[in-house]
Structures are given as structure tokens and as C-alpha cells.
Design a protein around this ligand. Structure first.
Ligand code: SAH
Length: 375
């Protein structure tokens, strides 16, 4: 009797969770898209048509792509516009102008994104990894470890989803556009460098190759992976860099941001300064204010010493984030008066300082609260 052909479904070919996300046009440059379409035996200009639907018209329903012949449409959509993620839940705050979405990715991994509409701008806070391997003890995402890197298209799709709901008028304030993207959702963007750069390129390339956003409206936030910060400085894309410092001294930072044992305060700040010097973009120092942990007046002075040691040519500003306590956390937000004194001391030394608002904290959508534990 002939042997039965083995017909296990593809999903068993690799361990669960190890398959790559399906390839999507937002993973590819315009030339790569075209090459792929030609390889499939279709006219190359179809790639541009598809890109126009995705990036310019914000269409995600293939049935609406009526300029594509029906027979080719299916082939094109399955090759370049696969379904990447499913919204499981959307929570709203601030009368609908803050919206957090929980997404399920193709392999079941969960990530979150947050849309924040302010007068005159809309910021999308996006995830770059499912989970995070940096293990900062005060951050909700840091507690669960890293599941996997996200693809460029999975990152871009979070922005596009926001863009679509804005264009459909679903966010109070009338139809609008995404003006800013911050890589401050789940994950460490510099630990998923290639995909993050790919996503930034797609977001900034002029339509229809990309979304046509200004690189200046994009902020990449990092724990301080120094070699990647140096690489980013040479990339020639003028995004804003944010360094999550949280302490001006190695002793405390080793505890709050464990990667500090690899790259010290001095090395991380120097890499931030190098970024500012190379790109002429002012960098942002993130500092989550934790009561009686890192908010003492002497630490404000020490932070000013560290930052001004690179000169006072306006290369840096400090963004204080009131800590959003995560469940079971032993840290809590600073007292108002300590926060005020911290700001006063930095400004007295000529370091511009702002205190971040805590939009979305009641829907666990604020900085460091994105955990995606709820299935
Ligand atoms: N991995 C990147 C992006 C993380 S989220 C980074 O660390 O920069 C963006 C910012 O939120 C970081 O500065 C992070 O330290 C901060 N953050 C994390 N948990 C927080 C919390 N519970 N309260 C306030 N800020 C927090």
C-alpha cells in the first residue's frame, strides 16, 4: 500500500509563535512591492495602485478597490495586504479623544496602541514588540518578558488604524489626521531596530509609497541601547529621540532600568548628546517621578550637572512623567511639591523641563501601563 502523503497543516512546521508575521506591503519599499507584483506575473503598476489604496485612501476593504480587476484583486491582496491584526477591545477616555485598542496579532500575541487627540494634533502611541525584555520594574510591560518582535507592517498598521478612524470621523473633533507617532507603547524599539526603521520609513515616505508624515513628528523612545542610538544618529531620518533616564546616578538607575548595568548613565547620556549633535534635533530625557525614590532635590541638581556637562546649547529637554503605579508596584507618584521643586531646580540651571500629562490613565492607557494581560 502506498504511503499516505503527510499533510500536516503548515502551523506545525515551526514551534508556535515562531512563525513570521505575513509579509505586507508596509514591510517593503516601493521598488520591492513592484518587483514582487511583476514576479507574480502582474503589471508592475498594480503595486502603486495598491499602495494608493492603503496609504492615501486609507482603504482596508479589498471590495472597495474597484480599479483593480476582480481576478487580480484577490491575488494582489493575498500577496501584499494580508490581514495582520484584529482589534479585540477599544477603551475610551476624555470623552472619546483618548482611545486604547487591544490587538491580537496573527499568532495570538497581544499588543496595545493609544490614540490621543489634542487641539491641533493627534498622537498615536504604538507598540514595537509584543512584551519587552528590558525588565524595568516599574513598567507594566516589563513584567511579562519579551514574546516577540513586531514586523514593520504590524507597527505601521497601528498608525493606519488610527488614521482610518480619524478620517471616518469616529474620533470626536471631526475628521482628522495622525500628526505624531510615539514609540512609547509596548516594547523597546531599539531592540527591534530594523523593523522600527522600516516602519519609520513607511510613515515618512511621501504618498502613495508611505503615509507622508514628517519625521519630526515621530519620537523613538529607548532605555539607552547605546550602539543603536549611535546607528540611529547616522540613519539620516530626523526623528526625535527620547532617552528613558529616570535616574542621574548609576546606583539607582541600575535598579530602575536594568540595562544600565550594560550601558551606564554617562554612556547613555553621551549617546543622546551625540544624537543631538549629529541630527541637530533636541533630545528628550524621560524621567518618571517616583515618590522618595528618584525625586529628591539633590537628584534634580545631579541631573542638571549630568546634562549641562555637555554644554547648554539647547540640545536637551527633560520630560517628567508622573509615575502611573502598576498593580502591586511598590512605587508611587511624587508629591506635587517635590515635583514642583524638581522642575524649579532644573529650570534654574537652564534645562527646559515639562511635566507630561497622564492621559488615559483611567483606562490603563498611560505611559507604562500597557500590559495586554486581559484576553
Ligand atoms: N522601551 C522604551 C519605550 C517604553 S514606554 C523606553 O523605555 O523608553 C515610554 C516611557 O514610559 C518610558 O520612558 C518608560 O520608562 C515610561 N514608563 C514605563 N512605565 C511607566 C510607569 N509606570 N509610569 C510612568 N512612566 C512609565
Amino acid at each position: 500500500m502506498p504511503e499516505q502523503p503527510l499533510s500536516l497543516p503548515l502551523v506545525f512546521d515551526e514551534p508556535r509563535g515562531r512563525r513570521k508575521p505575513p509579509r505586507h506591503l508596509a514591510d517593503l519599499s516601493a521598488e520591492e512591492r513592484r518587483a514582487l507584483v511583476v514576479e507574480a506575473g502582474l503589471p508592475g503598476f498594480r503595486a502603486r495602485q495598491l499602495s494608493t489604496h492603503y496609504f492615501s485612501r486609507l482603504v482596508d476593504d479589498p471590495a472597495a478597490m474597484t480599479d483593480l480587476p476582480a481576478a487580480q484583486r484577490e491575488q494582489l491582496v493575498s500577496a501584499l495586504l494580508p490581514h495582520l491584526m484584529t482589534p479585540l477591545r477599544t477603551l475610551e477616555a476624555d470623552r472619546g479623544t483618548t482611545r486604547k485598542t487591544l490587538w491580537r496579532l496573527f499568532d495570538g500575541a497581544l499588543v496595545e496602541s493609544v490614540l490621543m487627540r489634542y487641539p491641533g494634533r493627534v498622537t498615536m502611541c504604538v507598540s514595537s514588540q509584543a512584551g519587552c525584555g528590558m525588565a524595568c520594574p516599574f513598567c507594566a510591560t516589563g513584567q511579562g518578558g519579551l514574546q516577540r518582535n513586531m514586523s514593520s507592517a504590524e507597527i505601521v498598521e497601528q498608525v493606519l488604524a488610527g488614521a482610518r478612524s480619524l478620517s471616518r470621523g469616529e474620533v470626536p473633533g471631526g475628521p482628522g489626521r495622525v500628526s505624531n507617532v510615539v514609540f512609547m507603547g509596548m516594547g523597546e524599539p531599539m531592540a527591534n531596530y530594523k523593523a522600527v526603521i522600516g516602519a519609520v520609513r513607511r510613515l515618512t515616505e511621501p504618498a502613495p509609497d508611505g503615509l507622508g508624515m514628517s519625521a519630526r513628528g515621530i519620537t523613538v523612545s529607548t532605555v539607552g541601547l547605546v550602539p543603536r542610538m549611535r546607528q540611529l544618529a547616522e540613519e539620516g531620518i530626523p526623528v526625535t529621540l527620547a532617552l528613558s533616564l529616570h535616574a542621574p546616578d548609576d546606583e539607582l538607575r541600575n535598579e530602575l532600568v536594568p540595562v544600565n548595568t550594560r550601558w551606564s548613565v554617562h554612556e547613555a547620556v553621551e549617546a543622546a548628546w551625540n544624537y543631538a549633535r549629529t541630527t541637530k534635533r533636541r533630545v528628550s530625557i524621560e524621567y518618571a517621578m517616583m515618590r522618595d525614590i528618584n525625586d529628591q532635590a539633590w537628584r534634580a541638581d545631579l541631573l542638571a550637572d549630568v546634562l549641562t556637562s555637555y554644554g547648554d546649547w539647547g540640545w536637551v529637554h527633560v520630560n517628567l512623567i508622573p509615575l502611573n503605579p502598576t498593580p502591586g508596584s511598590r512605587w508611587t507618584a511624587s508629591r506635587r511639591e517635590d515635583e514642583r521643586e524638581f522642575v524649579r531646580r532644573l529650570e534654574a540651571r537652564g534645562v527646559p523641563t515639562t511635566v507630561r500629562d497622564t492621559r488615559g490613565s483611567e483606562i490603563d492607557g498611560a505611559c507604562g501601563q500597557l500590559a495586554a494581560l486581559d484576553t
